[in-house]
Design a protein around this ligand. Structure first.
Ligand code: NAD
Length: 247
């Protein structure tokens, strides 16, 4: 493992263009459950694919709103971990070399101080209108409730995250795709690699540069990687990006 770490550290030093793609596992050590772990307690019977969709929201707006309220409350109580911090510190020491792309909606990379995070799936701390807003929606603050609504037309507020089956924000995806295609090295941390098009970014990177997977478990992206480091993000990211190993 030490040899593999040293080899990847050398690749990072040599990379002019580094991309890091993160998923839920990067926040696991902050106490944010991954989707696979998240289905406990009240929500144990429902799969994320049945909650995080427009159909689910339209069928039962309060239920989906409450699930997001629970996730927001959970995220508000946790802190960025050593993995988030190592990425932010490296970006600050090497301006312009790192593009950080995340599938996470928890905002922990941003809170750690990472600049210019490409949040493929949006962030939990914002809402938007379900239907295109009319003049009445703009004219007054939404009426409180679960979810809040326009008092005139009934339009509902919904979390401004990307749900299953929805398109990713086109500008964000295009920027991530370009960074992936042009990079020398991509680190893929804490993602199972099953959610597309995020997983496709690793395939795009592998066409030109190297891909390294950081994960305690096997992933769908191990097959495209030049190296797979088995371990947790809060251990491996600081080990790879610590000051002193810099070019
Ligand atoms: P996932 O739940 O499919 O996979 C999580 C991955 O993290 C697994 O491969 C697991 O082995 C790995 N992992 C677990 N603990 C880890 C650790 N300590 N260090 C490193 N890796 C660890 O999550 P995903 O691949 O991100 O994709 C599923 C979707 O879930 C995404 O669309 C994402 O938006 C959403 N999601 C986000 C959050 C969040 O914002 N924190 C939480 C749950 C789900």
């Amino acid at each position: 493992m030490d040899q593999a770490l040293a080899r990847v550290r050398g690749w990072i030093r040599a990379a002019d263009r580094l991309v890091v793609l993160t998923g839920a596992g990067v926040s696991a050590e902050s106490g944010v459950p991954t989707f696979r772990d998240a289905q406990t307690g009240l929500w144990a019977r429902l799969r994320p694919e049945e909650l995080a969709t427009e159909e689910a929201f339209r069928a039962d707006p309060p239920m989906v709103w409450d699930w997001y309220a629970m996730r927001r409350a959970m995220v508000a109580q946790v802190q960025p971990n050593a993995g988030h911090q190592a990425l932010a510190a490296w970006a600050q020491r090497h301006p312009g070399r790192l593009t950080l792309v995340t599938q996470n909606v928890d905002g922990l990379h941003q809170r750690a101080g990472s600049p210019g995070v490409l949040a493929l799936h949006g962030t939990l701390d914002q809402d938007r209108w379900l239907e295109p807003p009319r003049a009445c929606c703009h004219a007054q603050p939404p009426q409180a409730g679960r979810p809040p609504r326009c008092a005139t037309c009934g339009n509902l507020r919904r979390p401004a995250v990307v749900w299953f089956g929805e398109a990713l924000p086109p500008g964000v995806l295009a920027a991530a795709d370009e960074a992936a295609r042009r990079c020398d090295l991509m680190l893929v941390a804490g993602t199972s690699g099953v959610v597309w098009p995020a997983a496709g970014l690793a395939h795009a990177a592998a066409a030109r540069g190297r891909v390294v997977v950081l994960n305690p478990e096997p992933t769908e992206l191990d097959a495209v990687a030049q190296a797979v480091l088995r371990g947790t993000a809060a251990h491996l990211l600081p080990a790879l990006l610590a000051e002193g190993d810099d070019a």
